[in-house]
Design a protein around this ligand. Sequence first.
Ligand code: FES
Length: 79
Amino acid sequence: MSRLVELDARGPRKLTEEDLHEEKGDVAVCRCGLSESFPFCDGSHRRTADEDADTRYVYDEDGERRAVERIVYADADES
Ligand code: FES
């Protein structure tokens, strides 16, 4: 499984002490790319639990998941 994720950040997000979870004292960084609180995990990764290992997915703005067969580049040669 893999998924295509759109991100618009152009630089790093430096973590501070305020980013630590109040009770757990740790920071969970999102690796699935679906978090509404990116770069922090908000539990959205649960939506990936039933993804098929051999399928590539795209999640739209409404959270709807679609399987993608291939990527077409905007500057691809159409000939
Ligand atoms: S790892 Fe992405 S929301 Fe948890």
